[in-house]
Design a protein around this ligand. Sequence first.
Ligand SMILES: [Zn+2]
Length: 249
Amino acid sequence: MRLRPAKKTRKAIKRATKRARRGYVRPDASPYTLKPRLQREVIEKLAKLIDQQGPKLNTDRYTLLEIVDRLLRRYIHVPRPASLRAHMVFSMFVRPGGRIRSGVSTECHEWRGSYRAGFPVVTTVNSQSGERLMVDARKHIILNPPNGKRRNLRTIPENKCGNERCVNPKHITMVLSNPLSHQGENHPRSKFTDKDIVRMVKEYNAGATAKQISKKWGMILPYVEQIMRKEKRTEATAGLRIRGRFGYR
Ligand SMILES: [Zn+2]
């Protein structure tokens, strides 16, 4: 099935293009400048396509925005609307409904993208290294809330509803990836929480030397240096930029 912009949309674009030729609108303006309502229409069309094609769109291989770009190229022939965010695409892959399971009071949001080993997955690209990663969609939605701060936790998702196809954030709890893990701040002899480490890094970035930090916090100097080189306590500094001799790492 091939979707083209609706007849009305095509006509509006044509009219706007004519106006543009007469010099009323910049001739190179995007179709969205020519017709502001088009953004919403395109997003609605994308939602419909994703709903129809679901698992065939391979969220295990392509990122959410890559999938959208492929659909736009193939069916809609317009650039990606600026207001379309990855979390909106995520929600297009979700179908709420079904019985309300014990343990929760709302319906499940079943994932309609790809699965690996029975678990819903999405593909992401690490913004720093450019590395492509397939991640658990349940963890992804918890760590990247639509209107909140990105979090980074060494945890794995567990469904309160018992439905492992469900990506409803209200049904997911994050548990320590290994409750017996004795790494980082969970080490029985750990004196410094991850928050302490982040504070030290901030002081270091602000100009304090490793020696000053070692003295102030009562931490041995080599350990401070190792942290700043991202060799120790890496789970606390993941995603943080740390000043180094050759720029930030
Ligand atoms: Zn659920």
